[in-house]
Design a binder for this molecule. Structure first.
Ligand code: ZN
Ligand code: ZN
Length: 138
C-alpha cells in the first residue's frame, strides 16, 4: 500500500515526502475524506503536522492531479485518489460517499445534450444525494 503510493508520487514526478504519503494513505483507506478527517488521521502518525500543512499538501496534490476534489452541497469538500471517471451516491444523513460507475447511455445522453446546444462537453460530474443503506436501516 505505502509502496503503491510512493510509486504513484514518483510517476507524477513528486518526492514521496512523509506528509504526502501519510495524506494519500489516509484518503486511500477511507475512499473519500474531508480535510478534518485527513488531519485527524495524520495526527496519529505525525503529531506535529498542522492543519495548514495538511491543507497545503492536499491542495498541491489536487493541482498535480493525484487527488480529486469532490465539492459537496452543505458540507466540506471531500478528496479521493484520482481514478477513472465515476459518479457518487452521497448520504445526506451520515455523509457517506459511495462510488458508482456511470452507465454508458447516461454519459452518451449528456454528450448529445451538450452537442445539441453547441457546447463541447469536457467533464461530466454527477452527484446523487439521498439516504444510504445503513441510515435506512436495511
Ligand atoms: Zn447514511
Ligand atoms: Zn469517488
Amino acid at each position: 500500500m505505502q509502496e503503491k503510493i510512493v510509486n504513484s508520487l514518483k510517476e507524477h514526478g513528486l518526492k514521496a515526502t512523509p506528509q504526502r504519503v501519510t495524506i494519500l494513505s489516509s484518503i486511500d483507506k477511507k475512499g473519500h475524506a474531508n480535510i478534518d478527517e485527513i488531519f485527524n488521521d495524520a495526527k496519529v502518525s505525525h503529531p506535529t503536522m498542522s492543519l495548514a500543512t495538511v491543507y497545503k499538501n492536499v491542495t498541491s496534490l489536487v493541482e498535480m492531479h493525484l487527488l480529486k476534489e469532490l465539492a459537496l452541497t452543505n458540507e466540506k469538500s471531500k478528496y479521493e485518489i484520482a481514478k477513472s471517471p465515476h459518479s457518487h451516491l452521497i448520504c445526506k444523513k451520515c455523509g457517506h460517499v459511495e462510488d458508482i460507475m456511470l452507465s454508458d447511455p447516461l454519459a452518451e445522453n449528456c454528450n448529445r445534450l451538450a452537442n445539441s446546444n453547441s457546447f463541447k462537453l469536457e467533464e461530466f460530474e454527477l452527484n446523487i444525494y439521498g439516504i444510504c443503506k445503513s441510515c435506512l436501516g436495511e
